[in-house]
Ligand binder design. Structure first.
Ligand code: HEC
Ligand code: HEC
Length: 390
């Protein structure tokens, strides 16, 4: 009797377990099914070729005035007082690679903006004249045609104005525009290039600046995996890349600041990187405007080609994209006891943007965002070095 009882109890238990197991299996299957439907749908919307069909981005009210949906880069804008010509581009490219623009005749623009290193120098901070260390991370010149203000603090309003600055910067090329122009004018081989670009042989610093700016505007990303995907090549994206794109526009809210085809809204924001009151303090935009609200703000950098342009941030303090994303995930923590400094007798505080907050991304989500950012890089074009005139 006892034996029989034990057998039936075992049977009942067995049945119960298998029923439970089945239920569990079904609910897991249901979840998998629902996830697949969700992902298929997401893929269809994002690769539809029509951004108006995309899920709505999650924006803070503050970001709305400068918001433009991410997408392709528009046609390169050339200003009316410095229109494009192939001859000007060639002259600009030649000057960009010519170390004779520097005092020592050893440093060219391309020394710190190297096409093989994503048009920057892959250093934390740059070496310039006499191997002096600069104070900021070199920015890539790729897609700068789309930047409204140049440099991390926006101190140059156009590429024409910008290009004279490194020539005169003591830590960079340590020269003088008049000196540089004089040296270039003395090189016979340049005369023909100036004549073709500007109609006569005269070398002026304005012409040098215009030619370099024209060349820089032609340095532009070609179509990336992202561009192909949103144009309808639905299967070029993995599920992780797709989820990364969706997170970028929704839960992680990167799109608040990194938006438009350039992946920057061209504003200045404080994301908690200024290190006020600490070693390495950088007041950023404040140095240009002297407006206390700007202490610690930096230009929102475009993110195309970002996997090729590390290390990251104005001071090159982060070496991997994963590190940057983790920083955002934790809400960009700053040491609470500092965040303030006295500069020229004025108390300045670092006020972080309300748009950076704890995101609590899972490791998987961090990896998905990283996978997405990597799809913003295009194949590096092979750059043929110009022949330097004699
Ligand atoms: C010694 C290294 C060095 C040299 C040489 C150099 N640069 Fe730079 N470049 C930098 C650094 C560092 C920055 C960022 C500086 C900052 O924001 O304060 C920068 C920023 C720029 C930017 C701004 C990009 C953006 O998106 O805002 C442009 C454009 C640029 N450089 C072009 C040039 C040109 C043109 C030359 C030659 C005339 C040149 N650079 C020479 C290191 C260098
Ligand atoms: C409030 C505006 C804002 C938001 C939101 C924002 N960023 Fe940024 N981002 C910036 C600014 C400003 C910098 C430059 C800061 C510096 O150099 O110190 C930057 C820098 C970066 C860089 C480094 C780029 C380089 O060339 O050095 C990456 C990568 C980046 N952001 C990715 C993201 C991702 C991913 C998100 C979403 C999780 C995000 N950002 C959200 C404003 C923002």
């Amino acid at each position: 009797m006892a034996m029989k009882n034990a057998i039936s109890w075992t049977l009942v238990l067995f049945l119960l377990i298998s029923v439970l197991n089945n239920c569990l299996n079904n609910s897991v299957k249901k979840e998998v099914r629902e996830h697949t439907v969700f992902m298929d749908n997401l893929r269809k919307l994002y690769s539809s070729g029509d951004p108006s069909k995309w899920p709505k981005p999650i924006l803070d009210p503050e970001s709305v005035p400068t918001f433009a949906e991410i997408g392709h880069l528009p046609e390169t804008p050339f200003p009316s007082d410095n229109p494009y010509s192939a001859e000007k581009e060639l002259l600009g490219k030649t000057l960009f690679f010519d170390p004779r623009l520097s005092r020592s005749e050893q440093i060219a623009c391309a020394s710190c903006h190297d096409p093989e290193l994503g048009w920057c120098d892959s250093r934390t901070l740059s070496f310039g004249h006499d191997r002096q260390l600069g104070v900021r991370n070199a920015m890539s010149i790729i897609n700068t045609a789309y930047a409204k203000n140049l440099f991390w603090d926006g101190r140059a309003g156009s590429l024409e104005v910008q290009s004279k600055m490194p020539i005169e910067d003591q830590r960079e090329m340590n020269g003088h525009m008049d000196l540089a122009a004089g040296k270039i004018a003395a090189v016979k081989g340049y005369q023909i290039l100036f004549e073709k670009a500007f109609g006569d042989k005269t070398v002026t610093k304005e012409r040098i600046a215009k030619a370099i700016a024209t060349f820089e505007r032609t340095v532009k990303s070609s179509a990336s995996k992202f561009d192909q995907f949103i144009d309808g090549k639905a299967d070029v994206y993995s599920d992780d890349e797709l989820m990364g794109l969706h997170l970028f526009r929704t839960k992680a809210q990167c799109i608040n600041c990194h938006n438009s085809g350039y992946f920057s809204n061209n504003t200045f924001e404080n994301i908690g990187t200024a290190l006020l009151g600490e070693k390495g303090e950088d007041l950023g935009r404040y140095l240009v405007t002297k407006n206390a609200d700007d202490a610690g703000r930096f230009r929102v950098p475009g993110l195309r080609e970002v996997s090729r342009t590390g290390p990251y941030l104005h001071n090159g303090s982060m070496t991997t994209l994963q590190e940057v994303i983790q920083f955002y995930s934790k809400g960009n923590p700053e040491y609470s006891q500092k965040r303030a400094t006295v500069h020229e007798g004025i108390l300045l505080k670092s006020e972080k943007s309300g748009m950076v907050r704890m995101l609590e991304l899972s490791d998987r989500e961090v990896a998905q965002l990283e996978a997405f950012l990597k799809t913003l890089s295009s194949k590096p074009e092979k750059v043929t070095l110009p022949e330097l005139p004699k």
